[in-house]
Write a protein that binds this ligand. Structure first.
Ligand SMILES: Cc1cc2nc3c(=O)[nH]c(=O)nc-3n(C[C@H](O)[C@H](O)[C@H](O)COP(=O)(O)O)c2cc1C
Length: 190
């Protein structure tokens, strides 16, 4: 499993984001399995709110940069909060711009995607991940792993050092890292 590049991002740029903490821990597991975790911080690549007129007049440079970052990965993991039972605007906007880079859909979406979510709520963001799965699979052509990780009651689940207290979640996170790398191995043929 060595040599794979796994792109990992959080769908929240909030300071102290639970999803970013989950993403960071997932990165540790990916590295512990011999692959490279490439952490993508969306706050570094701001994008205007997608509008078709902006696309025509001034396609944002950051969309091309992000497209290149996604292209270079063998697999992607998105840790995404649930907003109103769906996925948040920052991810919706990202997918909108990425999907509009001309001729580049397959290079960024046709690969394995792992999804996870942390939420203070009791469902752990599960419904938001179902929406995200729908967009990735039904429209963008991604292979999304059947299992997702959810961390309900996230406000009680992290130590002050950003470690997860919940043994089940720790085990699940490691299993998801292994599963993603197995899918990447099959998909990439490397
Ligand atoms: C606009 C908005 C809508 C939200 N909707 C939901 C929701 O539908 N389900 C849920 O579990 N949490 C919901 N939340 C709470 C988020 O899960 C919570 O703010 C979480 O901490 C966000 O993730 P983060 O810690 O990574 O920033 C919502 C929060 C916001 C700001």
């Amino acid at each position: 499993m060595n040599g794979y590049n796994i792109l990992i991002l959080s769908g929240s740029t909030r300071a102290g984001s639970y999803n970013q903490q989950l993403a960071d821990l997932f990165g540790e597991y990916i590295e512990s399995k011999g692959a490279k975790a490439i952490m993508l911080y969306l706050s570094k690549y701001p994008l205007p709110l997608y509008e078709q007129d902006i696309e025509v007049s001034s396609f944002p440079e950051n969309a091309f940069i992000l497209h290149e970052i996604f292209s270079q990965s063998d697999g992607v993991a998105i840790f995404c909060p649930e907003y109103n039972a769906s996925y948040p605007p920052i991810i919706s906007n990202l997918l909108a711009w990425l999907s509009r880079v001309e001729g580049g859909g397959a290079a960024i979406f046709s690969k394995p995607y792992a999804l996870g979510s942390a939420s203070p709520g009791s469902l752990g963001g599960y419904r938001g991940l179902m929406s995200l799965r729908q967009s990735l699979v039904l429209q963008l052509g991604s292979m999304v792993l059947p299992e997702v990780i959810t961390l309900p009651f996230a406000h009680h689940e992290f130590t002050t050092q950003g470690r997860i207290k919940n043994e089940r979640a720790i085990e699940h996170l490691e299993k998801m890292a292994i599963a993603l790398l197995k899918y990447v191995q099959v998909f990439s043929g490397k």
